[in-house]
Design a protein around this ligand. Structure first.
Ligand SMILES: [Cu+2]
Length: 452
C-alpha cells in the first residue's frame, strides 16, 4: 500500500525523470555565447584539451600595457611558455617623496603582468628570495588542483631559497590575477600581487582594440615617517594605489582620438572595493573574471565597481580629446597619507590662535578650517619620507588629488603612445572661466541674490 510519503517520493522521481528525458544532452550542453550552462563551469574546452602552439604577440594578440609596470619576460622551450617569477624585497617608490621597503614579483611591486594566450602550455617557476615561506595562487584560473598554490591545502610552502614549478594548459581567456596564498594578509599587503592576462585564441571582431591597459588596485597603510607598509591595518588605509603607485606617481593612459580602448581592472586590496569613475565617457562593462559578457548583455556605466578579489574589463571609443580624470570615487581613496583621526575644523575661525600657539610651538598651523584643499601646495613640516595631501601642479592650478587617481590623455595627434603628451591644449572658448558683468546682466544672474 502506498503511503503519502511514498506517493510524494514516487511522484518526485517520476517528475525528475520526465524532465531529464525531455531534455536531450545537446540541450544541456547548448552552446550560447558563453558556452553551455550546466555542462561545465569554465569557458574553455575539455579538461584534457591538448596545448596549442604558443600564441605570439603581433600574430595572435596585441600585448597589454601595464602603466608604471611591464610584462614578465617569457621564452618558449619545446613548445611551452616558460616564465620565471622572483618574490623578493624591493625598495619601492609610491610617488616622489614616498619610498618603502615592500615585497614584489619580477622586480616590481604590484606591476608585473603575466601575459599568455588561451591554449598555451605555461610553466612558471617561482623563486622565493624572501626570508619567509611563500606560495603563488593563480586567481580565477582553471588548473589542476595541485597547481592552485594554497599553502598547506594544495602544496607545501616554498621555503626561502627554493624554486617551485607550476605548469598547466590555459583553457580560458580574460583578466585574472596572481598573489601569494601563504600568510596572505601579510604578503598581499606587502605587495605580492600581480595581473594575469590571457588573450583569446580567436577573438571576435568586437574584441579587437587599439589600446589595452591593465590596472591593479590596492591599498596600504604606511605611517608618515616610516619606511614599511603595516600589513595589520584593517580599515584606515592611507596609500591607495594603481599598479603600486599613487597620484602624482601614476602614469597617464595615453590614447589617440578614436582609439578603441579596453581597461582591465583587478582589485587585490585588503578590504575595500573601488568604484572607478572615468570622466567624460560612458563605457561598456565587457567582462568579469568569470567570462566575457555577451554583447547583448554588456551594460553601460560611468563608474565600475571593482570588488576585492574581482576583475572587470571596460571598453569604449576614446572619441573625446582631453585630459580626463579617472579615479576611485571613494573620496578618501584620492588622498595621500591623510590621517583620519584629526579634529573637524571645517568652518572654524582660528582667529590669532596660530600666532599665540606659535610662540610656544614654532611652525604651528591650524589645519582644515577650509577643508583639505591646498594643503599639498603648502610648505608644511611633515615627517621625512611622507606625502600627506600631496597632489601635483596642473595646467590651471594645484591638482589637490592623490591616491587612486590617474589621467586618460586623449589626443588627435600623438608622436608615440609611450611619451606623456603634456597637458591638453583646450580649443578657445571651451574652458570654464570667470563670468563677466555683461553676460551676468544679459542672463539676469545676480551673484548676490538669495536662492529662490
Ligand atoms: Cu577606492
Amino acid at each position: 500500500m502506498l503511503t503519502r510519503r511514498g506517493l510524494f517520493t514516487t511522484g518526485g522521481v517520476l517528475a525528475g525523470g520526465a524532465v531529464a528525458a525531455a531534455l536531450p544532452p545537446q540541450a544541456l550542453a547548448a552552446a550560447g555565447p558563453g558556452g553551455g550552462v550546466w555542462d561545465k563551469s569554465y569557458s574553455g574546452g575539455p579538461v584534457d584539451r591538448p596545448a596549442l602552439s604558443p600564441g605570439l604577440p603581433g600574430r595572435d594578440y596585441m600585448p597589454v600595457v601595464t602603466p608604471n609596470g611591464g610584462p614578465l619576460p617569457v621564452k618558449v622551450v619545446d613548445g611551452v611558455k616558460v616564465f620565471h617569477l622572483v618574490a623578493e624585497e624591493i625598495e619601492h617608490e609610491f610617488a616622489p617623496g614616498l619610498v618603502a621597503t615592500c615585497w614584489g614579483y619580477g622586480g616590481r611591486v604590484n606591476a608585473t603582468t603575466i601575459e599568455a594566450v588561451e591554449g598555451d602550455r605555461v610553466r612558471i617557476y617561482l623563486t622565493n628570495r624572501l626570508s619567509v615561506p611563500t606560495t603563488v595562487h593563480w586567481h580565477g584560473i582553471y588548473l589542476p588542483n595541485g597547481m592552485d598554490g594554497v599553502s598547506g591545502l594544495s602544496q607545501r610552502p616554498i621555503r626561502p631559497g627554493e624554486t617551485f614549478r607550476y605548469e598547466w594548459t590555459l583553457r580560458q581567456s580574460g583578466t585574472f590575477m596572481y598573489h601569494s596564498h601563504h600568510d596572505t594578509m601579510t604578503q598581499e599587503a606587502m605587495g605580492l600581487i600581480g595581473m594575469l592576462v590571457i588573450h583569446p585564441r580567436d577573438p571576435a571582431p568586437e574584441q579587437r582594440v587599439d589600446r589595452d591597459f591593465a590596472l591593479l588596485l590596492s591599498e596600504w597603510f604606511i605611517d608618515p615617517g616610516t619606511h614599511r607598509p603595516n600589513p595589520f591595518e584593517m580599515t584606515d588605509f592611507n596609500v591607495l594605489t594603481i599598479n603600486g603607485r599613487c597620484f602624482p606617481g601614476t602614469a597617464p593612459l595615453v590614447v589617440r582620438t578614436g582609439d578603441r580602448v579596453r581597461i582591465r581592472f583587478g582589485n587585490l586590496s585588503a578590504t575595500d572595493h573601488h568604484p572607478i569613475h572615468l570622466h567624460g565617457y560612458r563605457f561598456r562593462v565587457a567582462a568579469t573574471d568569470g567570462e566575457r559578457i555577451p554583447l547583448s548583455a554588456q551594460w553601460p556605466e560611468t563608474t565600475v565597481l571593482v570588488g576585492v578579489g574581482q576583475t572587470r574589463e571596460i571598453e569604449f571609443v576614446a572619441d573625446a580629446p582631453g585630459d580626463w580624470a579617472m579615479h576611485c570615487h571613494m573620496t578618501h581613496h584620492v588622498m595621500n597619507q591623510m590621517g583620519h583621526a584629526i579634529p573637524n575644523m571645517v568652518g572654524v575661525d582660528p582667529g590669532d590662535l596660530d600666532r599665540s600657539v606659535g610662540s610656544l610651538l614654532p611652525g604651528y598651523m591650524t589645519m582644515g578650517q577650509g577643508g583639505m584643499s591646498g594643503m599639498g601646495g603648502m610648505p608644511m613640516a611633515v615627517p621625512e619620507n611622507s606625502i600627506p595631501m600631496v597632489g601635483a601642479g596642473g595646467p590651471f592650478d594645484y591638482i589637490d588629488m592623490g591616491g587612486m587617481f590617474t589621467v586618460l590623455k586623449v589626443r588627435d595627434d600623438l608622436a608615440s603612445y609611450t611619451e606623456d603628451p603634456g597637458w591638453y591644449d583646450h580649443p578657445p572658448g571651451t574652458v570654464a572661466d570667470l563670468a563677466g558683468p555683461e553676460e551676468l546682466a544679459r542672463d539676469g544672474v545676480d551673484p548676490g541674490a538669495k536662492p529662490a
